[in-house]
Every structure is written in C-alpha cells, then in structure tokens.
Design a binder for this molecule. Structure first.
Ligand SMILES: [Zn+2]
Length: 321
C-alpha cells in the first residue's frame, strides 16, 4: 500500500472535493458507488467518507480523528458503522462472493436507530463480489432509502455489478491518471524514474499496481521473465529447461509476469512483427493465465509449464538470436 493515503493522490483529490461539496450541500446520495479499475483509491475514499459521516466535530471537511465517534471508529467498535466483505470459510480461506444473508442482516440493521444520531454507514467491499441474490437484496435497500442511511459500495470491476444496482447509486468513479501524473506520483513514493516507467507499463498504466510491483521486488522478476521469453523465442534456451527453472522458482509470479509482458508487447507493438499474429499472442496469454489459475490445485505443474513454453517457442519459430 502507498505510504501516503491514496485519497491524497492527485487523481483522487478532485473526486474527494466534489464528494465533500455534495455532503456539505445535502446532495449526497443514499447509495454511493465508489469505483475505479483495480485499486485507484476508491477504498480510501470510502473510508474517508465514512469517517467524515460519523465524526462529531469535522474540521475543514474532514473527520477530526479525536472525537468519540472517531475514536470508536478507529478502534473498530463504532456501533453505527458496518463493514460487509468476504467471510471466511471453515478452512480459513475467504469465500469467493458476498452472500444474501449478509445483506439481509444489513437491511435489518438499517431499520434500527443510530446510536450516536449521526446516521448509519455501511461499507460493502468488494461490492463487485456480491452474488446475484445479494445484489438483488442490495437493490431492495437502495429502492427504499431512509434518511441518514448511507450505503457505500466499493468496487474495482464496475461491469461485474448488475446494471440495476449501478443505476440506483450515486456514482463516484475514479479514472486512471495520465502517464506523466502516475510517473511523478510513483517517484514521490520513492520509486526511481526508470523503474516507475517500466512498472507502469507492466501494470497497464495503473499507478497503485505499479507501486506494488516496484516495491515488492517484482520488477527484477518481470525483467528476467521478459528476457527469458526472448531467449526462448530465439532458441537460446529450450522449453524443458526454462520450464524447470520456472517450476522451481516463483512459478505463479512468473506466469503473472508473462501475461503482463505479453500485454505490454501488444500495447507497445514490440515483438509483434516477429510473432506475426496478435491473436495468437493473446491466445497464448490466456493459456498462461489459465496455467496460473491451475497452480491453486496440485497438478503436474512442470509439464504444464513446458507445454506452455513450447507454445511460445513455436509462436516465434524461425526467429534466431
Ligand atoms: Zn471526529
């Protein structure tokens, strides 16, 4: 995560200002959709808004951080704030969707009286993982708005949320910033200029994903994978040998890097003339993505990798170093 709160990032600030103005002017909706592709700061925005709504002495449009409401919220015990997210399964892993029972309980809670009189705030995140029945239950809540009830839906894949729910919400959608803004922001977070530019390419222009990539040592691995794909394409290394290397060292990460690298090449046009056919490259990328998903289940992974890498080699047949 960013060292600075994302709500202060340059591409988030204007949206926060408009949100504050809507709040001050009494124009804030009952159902609010806070969205951005991947993570652009919508979670921070939702947290900031929830804090502001529950604060008893907001100053300059922000929560004070020290009143009773703020203290309880920071301690995670504010009775007028509810968080709905993915529940844990019996084996300790997270469920893959938000279920209808969670929303039914929320609707009931919304019918109660706020304990501190400032309203009830519910935060659903990730709202794009509401299952169909849960989304319908949310829709019902949105159709019967009560005063001082705020439903904040945090979303990173807007198209996954049913259109009926989307259309009932006041929308606050963050757009990815221009490349130059992202680069400057990344450098402000301590990332070197060259790393920032490269991380942005692999993260498809998404600044937060690029920051994570540059921070967790991912760039070195991405560079290595890019070079290995070139070596494989030109026959300097064989699929079996590379498959063995990948299987033995961070295979899932390498597959993720390979998918990002193909996307980057598609974007920049790099290597497309030799690969000949973008469709084939895209198909290979999907295959790599599936292989990555298969890593969650025990399989003969090395064979899977070798097969995938053979495919890459034959895509580039005839190309030599
Ligand atoms: Zn406060």
């Amino acid at each position: 995560m960013a060292a600075q709160p994302l709500s202060r990032a340059p591409w988030v600030v204007p949206t926060w200002q408009r949100l504050s103005e809507a709040l001050e002017g009494g124009r804030l909706g009952h159902g609010l959709l806070l969205a951005g592709a991947g993570e652009l700061g919508q979670s921070d925005l939702a947290e900031r808004l929830a804090a502001r709504l529950l604060c008893e002495a907001p100053a300059e449009g922000l929560a004070c951080g020290s009143c009773r409401g703020c203290r309880l919220r920071l301690a995670g015990t504010h009775p007028d704030l509810r968080r709905i997210g993915l529940l844990e399964r019996d084996d300790g892993r997270l469920k893959t969707e938000i279920g209808v029972e969670q929303i039914r309980q929320l609707s009931h809670w919304f019918s109660l009286t706020p304990q501190f009189g400032r309203g009830l705030v519910a935060l659903i995140s990730p709202a794009d993982l509401l299952n169909m029945a849960a989304a319908n239950a949310v829709l019902k809540t949105l159709e019967e708005p009560a005063p001082d009830r705020y439903l904040l839906l945090v979303c990173s894949q807007l198209q996954r949320l049913p259109a009926t729910v989307r259309s009932r919400c006041q929308k606050w959608i963050l757009q990815p910033p221009a490349a130059e803004v992202s680069r400057q922001w990344l450098q402000g977070e301590g990332i070197a200029a060259r790393d920032a530019a490269q991380a942005l390419e692999w993260a498809a222009g998404q600044p937060v994903a690029a920051l994570e990539l540059a921070r967790d040592g991912g760039l070195a691995l991405f560079r290595e994978v890019s070079e290995q794909l070139d070596a494989l394409a030109t026959g300097r290394i064989g699929p079996s040998e590379l498959g063995r290397i990948w299987a033995g060292d961070q295979p899932e990460q390498r597959l993720r890097a390979a998918v990002a690298e193909v996307a980057r090449r598609g974007w920049s046009g790099e290597g497309l003339t030799v690969a000949g056919d973008f469709t084939k490259l895209a198909a290979w990328s999907r295959q790599a993505d599936r292989a990555r998903a298969l890593y969650a289940v025990p399989l003969r992974h090395e064979m899977l990798l070798v097969e995938l890498l053979q495919g890459w080699r034959s895509l580039h047949r005839g190309r030599t170093a």
